[in-house]
Design a protein around this ligand. Structure first.
Ligand code: NAD
Length: 259
């Protein structure tokens, strides 16, 4: 590691091999941060490992965020190898769009496990480390589906609603340790998750109900993440949820397209 890289702030990003997490990693790196990417083992993680192989400011590890012992061990190792953790982005997540009547309980439990418990496990492990140096910021990636009752989101939306409440509680409990905790609630974002989940009919619906009539690019979420994780930019913001959603949360009935 070069001297300047050694001085840089370190951000842990879960789900960091893909989509919003990966894009946030690239933006933070461009702004001089070090990043530790955590994701499930597999092709996407291998590709990220290869892409960052020559960059000493990056660490890439396979880890399931629902594995409490593995997360605790990994974050301690990340601090030891790359310096104190200044930021955490909880971007690891899974989604489903399935009618309430057809939603299996096992699927509901799995979504809660990854999106809620996994985010808690990572946030708590990081906060225990951050508390020692009285400094840090956690950004949880929630969803607009955690704020509005969109169709098919009984499990996913519930999990993201829980992430928002958890964000507020963590902000409250951790303020005395100098740790800020905020959430971002994205609307639809062009990522591998959405490419797999959204049908053409879904895309039409989103374009109908999002006043800006389009999906976000991951870079538009990453810039909000970079703002919230950086105490020089957002030092008095904690317990907040920022919707990055093209106006979806605030809209009531909207004009038809083209009107
Ligand atoms: P993505 O699928 O591209 O990335 C998510 C990553 O999380 C994947 O690489 C996946 O392997 C990883 N992951 C899943 N389960 C994991 C686990 N147990 N442990 C470790 N890693 C795990 O999706 P994305 O669109 O970039 O989503 C990132 C976050 O943003 C998610 O929490 C998602 O719910 C949220 N979000 C996405 C959208 C959207 O439209 N794309 C909208 C609102 C919220």
């Amino acid at each position: 590691m070069t001297a300047s890289a050694a001085d840089a702030r370190l951000c842990v990003i879960t789900g960091g091999a893909s989509g919003i997490g990966r894009t946030a990693a690239e933006l933070l790196l461009a702004r001089g941060w070090k990043v530790a990417l955590i994701d499930l083992p597999g092709k996407t993680l291998d590709e990220a490992t290869d892409a960052f192989a020559s960059n000493t400011a990056v660490r890439v590890d396979a880890c399931n965020v629902t594995d409490e012992a593995a997360v605790e061990k990994l974050l301690a190792a990340v601090e030891a190898s790359h310096g104190p953790i200044a930021g955490v982005v909880n971007s690891a997540g899974i989604a489903a769009d399935i009618h309430t009547l057809d939603t299996p309980v096992d699927l509901f439990r799995k979504i809660l496990d990854v999106n809620v418990i996994g985010s808690f496990i990572v946030a708590r492990a990081a906060a225990r480390l951050m508390a020692k140096h009285q400094h840090g910021a956690i950004v949880n990636i929630a969803s607009i589906s955690g704020l509005r009752g969109s169709k098919g989101r009984v499990a996913y939306g519930t999990s993201k609603g829980a992430v928002i409440t958890m964000t507020q509680v963590l902000a409250n409990d951790l303020a005395k340790y100098g740790i800020r905790v905020n959430a971002i609630a994205p609307g639809p974002v062009e990522t591998p998750m959405v490419k797999a989940l959204h049908t053409d009919a879904d895309r039409k619906l989103w374009r109908t109900f999002v006043p800006m009539r389009r999906y976000a690019q991951p870079e538009e979420i990453a810039s909000a993440i970079a703002f919230l994780v950086d105490g020089t930019q957002s030092g008095y913001i904690t317990g907040e949820v920022i919707a990055v959603d093209g106006g979806f949360r605030g809209a009531g009935i909207i004009l038809p397209e083209g009107a």
